[in-house]
Design a protein around this ligand. Structure first.
Ligand SMILES: *Cc1c(COP(=O)(O)O)cnc(C)c1O
Length: 365
């Protein structure tokens, strides 16, 4: 049996009605900041529970433009997670700011207890990453941020519809940054991103930043970027967004099924599943003894298991200038050695999950 990781072939296989919408759209010629984009932004804001949303051309830019609104400049320090995907750090570095890393805990999000001692006079913002579909402890982080008057930009790229106490990721601060990349839970057919906010001033600023700073055809208010979400991709987004909750719920169901079976296997440890947290399992990750051998075994058995990520961003050559040493972030390092990801998406069948469970069982017995 084969258990694929990517489900993209299935995701849009029944999309005749979407193709019809696209054909209709193409005839309008409304390609730049068109009507379907505005509709998508309104739907997205409603889905997440904010007043506004601004479509941009990637999740990376969603973070970058939010930081830009906060006037992040070269030399500023931005606190973020040591185990995140490169894009978070890329967005910070693009503005000339310095990423200041915080180790994670077993929820894969930053250990907020470690944040306070990273704050300096240069700290301009905190970018918690709601990694894997889990959520950073925003209750505690917001207290710290308030105490030091430091704004927060949530990297919610992996956590659409995750929540704490039913309050969604992206709504715990002034900026929630989401990605619509094909590999994310709500995906379009190319790069795309979207920022949610309930602050009107920030909303207006973001709209300027994504479109060259143009207030209208002839007037340039500020220097900006070319970072619009394609209206064509918004048509795809509008087609998919009614399924957003269903997608999240199916992933949660699959993860619960894995948890109940994999959790019984000696050799596997399930991460904490905190009460009042809704985890949306962009990645389904468990801790595994003998991880490298298990990974090899699974791949040999046709299961496309993965590691997110084998080399933490803080140890990558690109981050050499920060002068970190192996061991600076011990939990991140430990995870790099003992985590394994299994497919958990909404298109996965029960048979496929049972096969994964059986193979893991066989490996340890
Ligand atoms: C995917 C991702 C991003 C950026 O997304 P792109 O749309 O690919 O630019 C940022 N942060 C995290 C944690 C991500 O997983």
């Amino acid at each position: 049996m084969k258990v694929r990781y990517s489900y993209l072939k299935q995701q849009f296989s029944n999309s005749d009605d979407l193709w019809k919408n696209l054909k209709k759209f193409v005839k309008t010629g409304d390609f730049t900041l068109g009507k379907p984009l505005k509709v998508f932004e309104q739907r997205f804001a409603k889905l997440i529970g904010t007043k506004y949303a601004v479509g941009v051309n990637s999740g990376t830019d969603a973070i970058k433009l939010s930081l830009k609104v906060l006037n992040v400049k070269p030399g500023d320090e931005i606190i973020t997670a040591a185990n995140t995907f490169v894009a978070t750090v890329g967005a910070i570095c693009e503005l000339g700011a310095k990423p200041v890393f915080v180790d994670c805990d077993n929820t894969f999000c930053m250990d907020v207890e470690l944040v306070e001692k990273k704050i300096t006079k240069k700290t301009k913002a905190i970018v918690p990453v709601h990694f894997t579909g889990y959520m950073t402890n925003m209750i505690k982080l917001n207290k710290i941020a308030k105490k030091y008057k430091i704004p927060i930009v949530e990297d919610a790229c992996q956590s659409i519809l995750a929540s704490i106490n039913n309050k969604n990721s992206g709504t715990w601060s002034d900026f929630g940054a989401f990605s619509l990349h094909p590999l994310k839970n709500i995906n379009v057919w190319s790069d795309g991103g979207i920022i949610v906010t309930s602050n009107k001033k920030y909303y207006e600023h973001l709209k300027l930043l994504r479109n060259h700073g143009l207030i209208d055809r002839d007037n340039v208010q500020i220097t900006g970027y070319n970072s619009r979400l394609d209206t064509f991709q918004s048509v795809v987004g509008n087609w998919l967004i009614p399924s957003a909750k269903k997608i999240a719920n199916q992933r949660i169901k699959n993860a619960n099924y894995y948890d109940s079976h994999l959790g019984k296997i000696k050799g596997i440890k399930i991460p904490p599943r905190l009460k009042n947290y809704k985890i949306v399992y962009h990645l389904y990750i468990v801790f595994a003894e003998n991880r490298d051998k298990l990974l090899k075994y699974c791949i040999k058995k046709g299961i496309e298991a993965k590691v997110h990520y084998p080399i933490p961003i803080y140890r990558q050559p690109a981050m050499k200038f920060l002068k970190h040493k192996n061991g600076d972030f011990p939990i991140t390092d430990l995870h790099a050695k003992n985590i394994i990801s299994f497919p958990c998406d909404q298109h996965l069948s029960k048979q496929e999950m049972n096969y994964v469970i059986k193979c893991v069982k066989n490996f340890y017995s």
